[in-house]
Design a protein around this ligand. Structure first.
Ligand code: NAP
Length: 492
């Protein structure tokens, strides 16, 4: 278990070795609960990009040639390794981005294990082909083959989860993988890489940290990188698409959202209130791509639902803002200073746009922790609900990515659908109703990649996860990390 006072240095994983940046330069990683430096990570260069890509390319042929059942065995061993190192990794994740330890240890680590075991169990998907009738003298078939070197670029809000969802499926399909974590929270990924290197052959998995603005272009445009999977913002996705325009390659973009959470009058209102508060306010302090940030409530229950939501958020059993390393805390800080300033500026903007603060709105460590000086410099924002009259406000249209939601009433199904779809995003949506036919209508009519009815945010092996519209395209899965090759054999 690490403590707040330890300052640890992490290194890239290149060719199976712990490797500093070629210049020796390092970047500070800040603990967002204290605002203090807690770790140092390599500030890699374009020279380091060349080294890491060369090593991943060298490792590719022999990894790709392994029978899928053997690659599956590696995946299983990694899943087992998480049982041994889960506590350490969850602590690093929490220290790096402030996601409360009760969720990183009890929720995140089991989810990572499940992904590795799922990849192992589905390994043969990546090598299955079909036979096709071509007439009497010809025989057709398809083959699946790995792509080569896959680059996974991950965000700061969920480094270990996004690392795993990309690496597990790409590796088991026979690709070698390079992970580039965010400069803001890279320590957990660098240590994860170090642990995985105890199991995987050198070069099969690499981790390289640095500034996206310095090494991003060199990585994505590298001719030896065969696919790029980004989880991040639309701005970065557009920059990547432009960078590779002259040298196109397949992309997976898992981007942001502005997801509606819609409550009809016939719903179980207490369950809906739980689903709403859990989807945006606590846990990772609303820094969740599928956060239910636009709450829509049928007018006849509007006042009652607001009272219920408020009751939950003001209940200290549910909302306990505090040191994310303390298992009692249910909500931690915003993950970094830039994001903290962004979230605060959106709360101010909401007020300027005429939104009414239902609860919350305060920010700054000294406001909440005057008796805990170690937390007073941290990036703290309390859960904030803003009542609005129009979905056209910027706070309803732009992704805030924090514990801030808007709430507005609607009257009819038509109106709920229109407001839900009045967004450039399309990642998730929640629908709370006990009317089966209304639930089906909503599922069909909402333009989003993931719809949850009487639950929110659930994902799982076997279910695809991806976005519509500006929330991206493609989904991390075994098949997306393979080519499908057609073959015709003339027999006579
Ligand atoms: P971001 O700023 O787009 O950064 C994501 C990653 O891209 C980081 O590793 C970043 O490195 C790197 N990057 C930046 N510029 C680059 C460039 N020109 N070329 C290549 N890589 C570059 O996103 P974020 O702020 O870390 O994450 C928050 C966003 O992720 C939100 O929009 C959220 O909704 C989205 N998200 C989506 C999902 C999903 O599954 N749909 C899941 C989680 C998060 P540096 O940090 O070093 O700049």
């Amino acid at each position: 278990m690490i403590t707040a006072n330890e300052l640890k240095k992490y290194h890239n994983l290149i060719n199976g070795d712990q490797t500093p940046a070629s210049t020796g330069d390092m970047l500070d990683n800040i603990d967002p609960s204290t605002g203090k430096v807690w770790a140092k990570i390599p500030r890699s260069t374009i020279e380091d990009v060349e080294t890491v890509v060369a090593s991943a390319r060298k490792a590719f042929p022999s990894w790709a040639e392994l029978p899928s059942i053997e690659r599956a065995e590696y995946m299983r061993r990694i899943g087992d390794l998480l049982a041994e190192h889960g506590e350490e990794l969850s602590a690093l994740e929490t220290r790096g981005n402030g996601w409360v330890i009760r969720e990183t240890s009890y929720g995140l680590i089991p989810a990572l294990k499940q992904i590795w075991y799922d990849a192992a169990g589905a390994a043969s998907e990546g090598s299955e082909g079909e036979t096709i009738q071509m007439g009497k003298s010809s025989f057709g078939c398809t083959l699946r083959e790995p792509l080569g070197v896959v680059l996974g670029i991950t965000p700061w809000n969920a480094p270990l989860f996004t690392f795993t969802i990309k690496a597990a499926y790409a590796l088991v399909a026979g690709n070698t993988v390079i992970i580039k974590p965010s400069e803001h929270a890279a320590a957990s990924s660098l240590r994860y890489g170090e642990l995985l290197a105890e199991i995987l052959p050198p070069g099969v998995l690499s981790v390289i940290s640095g500034l996206g603005s310095e090494i991003g272009d060199a990585l994505v445009s590298h001719p030896e990188i065969n696919k790029v999977s980004l989880t991040g913002s639309g701005t970065t996705a557009k920059a990547i698409a432009q960078t590779i325009a002259g040298n196109p390659k397949p992309l997976i973009f898992e981007l942001g959202g502005k997801s509606p959470n819609i409550v009809f009058a016939d719903a179980d209102l207490d369950k809906a209130a739980d689903g709403i508060t859990g989807s945006i306010f606590t846990g990772n302090a609303g820094q969740l791509c599928v956060g239910g940030s636009r709450i829509l409530i049928q007018r006849s229950i509007f006042a009652e639902m607001i009272t219920r939501i408020k009751g939950k958020m003001l209940n200290p059993e549910i909302t306990r803002l505090g040191d994310p390393m303390n298992p009692e805390s249910t909500m931690g800080p915003i993950a970094n200073l830039a994001q903290y300033e962004k979230v605060c500026s959106y709360i101010d903007l909401g007020v300027e746009e005429g939104a009414e603060i239902v609860f919350g709105g305060r920010h700054g460590g000294e406001v909440f922790f005057s008796d805990q000086p170690q937390l007073s410099e941290g990036y703290w924002v309390e859960p904030t609900l803003l009542k609005v009259n129009s979905n056209s406000l910027r706070i309803c249209q732009e992704e805030i990515f924090g514990p801030v939601a808007t709430v507005m009433p609607f009257d009819t199904v038509e109106e709920a659908v229109a407001i839900a779809n009045d967004t450039s995003f399309g990642l998730g949506a929640g629908v709370w109703t006990n009317d089966l036919s209304r639930a089906h209508q909503m599922i069909r009519r909402i333009a989003a990649g993931n719809i949850w009815v009487n639950t929110y945010g659930r994902v799982g092996p076997g279910l695809p996860f991806g976005g519509f519209k500006e929330s991206g395209y493609g989904t991390d899965s075994i098949l997306e990390y393979t080519h499908k090759k057609a073959c015709v054999i003339e027999l006579g």
